[in-house]
Design a protein around this ligand. Structure first.
Ligand SMILES: Nc1ncnc2c1ncn2[C@@H]1O[C@H](COP(=O)(O)OP(=O)(O)OP(=O)(O)O)[C@@H](O)[C@H]1O
Length: 243
């Protein structure tokens, strides 16, 4: 059976002045999977998200999504094609209600307020935020704000959802609720790529993991294989632990 590739980066390099944040990064995201993107601080994970979502353009290399070259497309066009992302620091509009925030995403697919509102209400239900629909976003708890980030992205009806540390900083029980939501997102047919630091949470959740280190791909494979990889162990813990 051939693998259905939804997203592919081909030899993507991104420089910031003299610093190479991503160097010749080639990754493939399979349609329907949950892929974990992991690596130590400064490995280049957020940069790769920014390159995929269109916040940055690569210095060299190319990016293909759903059968077309998107390397030069602006972020809004990529969103329209089905790429949505969350941010490490939630970017919701604090003076707007939760429903209004999610409607902003809904307008990507729906021209009328009525249709965007209906779509947003469905997303609030899906993400367990219905109770907070009328709450000002600034009054939400930190875990609710994280959930709202996911809801805003889902309201754009993506094919690919990029989650940037949505489980970081949550208590174990809050993180477990987040894990359940991510599984439901995948079960709804949306491919997920997630950057996360908490290995105990990520590894049981993801189908595959890709490890970045110093801007390059260090390893990729099943979670079990990746955590046993000596290069990965040494990148995380220092070479003396790798043997
Ligand atoms: N806009 C920018 N301008 C200059 N340097 C940047 C910029 N964005 C990222 N970098 C640098 O690129 C490198 C990779 O950063 P990036 O944020 O992609 O790593 P990361 O793996 O997401 O790290 P973390 O886990 O700490 O969030 C770092 O050295 C960082 O300082």
């Amino acid at each position: 059976m051939s693998i259905d590739i939804l997203l592919e980066t081909i030899d993507v390099t991104r420089r910031f002045g003299g610093l190479v944040a991503n160097r010749d990064v080639s990754i493939r995201v399979h349609r329907g999977e949950i892929l974990g993107l992991i690596g130590p601080n400064g490995a280049g994970k957020s940069t790769l998200f920014n390159l995929i979502a269109g916040a940055y353009l690569p210095t060299s290399g190319s990016i293909r999504f759903d059968g077309r070259d998107i390397t030069e497309l602006p972020a809004t066009r990529r969103c329209a094609l089905g790429i949505a992302r969350t941010y490490q620091v939630p970017r919701s509009f604090d003076s707007m209600t939760v429903l209004e925030n999610v409607m902003v995403g809904g307008f990507v697919r729906h021209a009328s307020s009525k249709a965007a509102r209906l779509a947003a209400l469905q997303v609030l239900d899906f993400t367990g935020l219905s109770r907070t629909a009328g709450t000002l976003t600034g009054e939400l708890t930190p875990p609710e704000k994280r959930r709202l980030e996911v809801a805003r992205a889902l309201a754009t009806e993506p094919k690919l959802l990029l989650l940037d540390e949505v489980l970081t900083g949550l208590t174990p029980s809050e993180a477990q609720l987040g894990v359940e939501l991510i599984r439901r997102v995948r079960d709804a047919g949306i491919t997920v790529v997630m950057v996360e630091h908490v290995m105990q949470i990520v590894m049981p959740l993801v189908d595959r993991a890709i490890v970045l280190n110093l801007g390059t791909v260090l390893a990729s494979g099943s979670p079990a294989d990746v955590v046993r990889d000596p290069a990965v162990i040494s990148a995380y813990l220092g070479t003396r632990h790798a043997a």
